[in-house]
Design a protein around this ligand. Structure first.
Ligand code: ADP
Ligand code: MG
Length: 247
């Protein structure tokens, strides 16, 4: 559908946990600049796929490529350095610190942990923190302690933390988990804005939520790639309809 070169690709990826095959021979790619959603029912293998893409663990078989470079088995901190950031279902925030302190720690960590890391923007630390707070709409909450924030705001803050390394690719695993419909809509708006500046791969089990915003949708089912295409392709896909109606 598009001529944009893939920023990320997987070839024949298999992931086994003991005798259980969670991903079975998945081959696909993700175009640069686009918003791709990986959907599928609970247990389909979405988080496992996300973990393979983000380097949390290597696939049992197959290869993972980032901008044409084989990154199979590359540890996460190196991937962060290369421009891949992710945000998890499991929180990684410091709950007793303020919003601003959390963002500052993330931005500072990038600068000190990777001596060679060059911020792509010319901003100093304070300006970078300010830009991140503005980006996710938390500038008015900067002095509040994280544990007093609404759930949706905590998720936005996690994204600000993930953005501290100025990623070219942002990976999000169910960022709307546990959110109210209103919070979920706001999160989708934020994701669209973030996608204007970088490639986004979004993992989500609710098909309806991502239909309106995704350039492309990849459907996993029982660890296999069931379908991929535009929202219209996916809506019309007989097997996808069967899987989702069966829920
Ligand atoms: P999803 O995110 O689509 O809900 P997951 O990728 O979390 O699905 O899980 C896919 C399947 O792999 C599930 O059956 C799950 O129980 C299994 N699984 C995931 N992680 C592990 C693990 N660490 N050890 C064993 N089985 C796992
Ligand atoms: Mg999951």
């Amino acid at each position: 559908m598009s001529a944009a070169p893939p920023i990320m690709a997987v070839q024949n990826v298999v992931k086994r946990f003991g005798g259980f095959t969670a991903l079975n021979d998945v081959t696909t790619s993700f175009a640069a600049g686009r918003l791709t959603s990986v959907i599928g029912p609970n247990g389909a293998g979405k988080s496992t796929f996300f973990n393979v893409l983000s380097g949390s663990f290597p696939p049992t078989e197959g290869r993972v490529f980032f901008n044409g470079t084989d990154i199979t088995g590359t540890p996460q901190h190196k991937l962060a350095h290369m421009g891949i950031a992710k945000s998890f279902q499991i929180t990684s925030l410091f709950p007793k610190l303020t919003v601003q302190e959390n963002v500052r720690i993330a931005a500072q960590a990038m600068r000190s942990r990777f001596g060679l890391w060059q911020p792509r923007s010319a901003l100093n630390l304070s300006d970078a923190v300010e830009a991140l707070l503005l980006r996710v709409g938390l500038q008015d909450r900067r002095h509040e302690s994280v544990d007093t924030l609404a759930h949706g705001q905590q998720r936005s803050l996690e994204i600000a933390v993930a953005l501290a390394c100025e990623p070219k690719l942002l990976l999000l695993d169910e960022p709307t988990a546990g959110m109210s419909p209103e919070e979920a809509r706001e999160m989708m708006d934020l994701i669209l804005k973030l996608n204007a500046e970088r490639t986004v791969i979004l993992v989500e089990h609710r098909m309806k939520l991502v239909m309106g915003i995704s350039d492309r949708i990849v459907v996993l089912h029982h660890g296999t790639l069931l379908a991929e295409g535009t929202a219209d392709d996916i809506r019309r896909h007989d097997e996808v309809k069967r899987v989702y109606l069966g829920q």
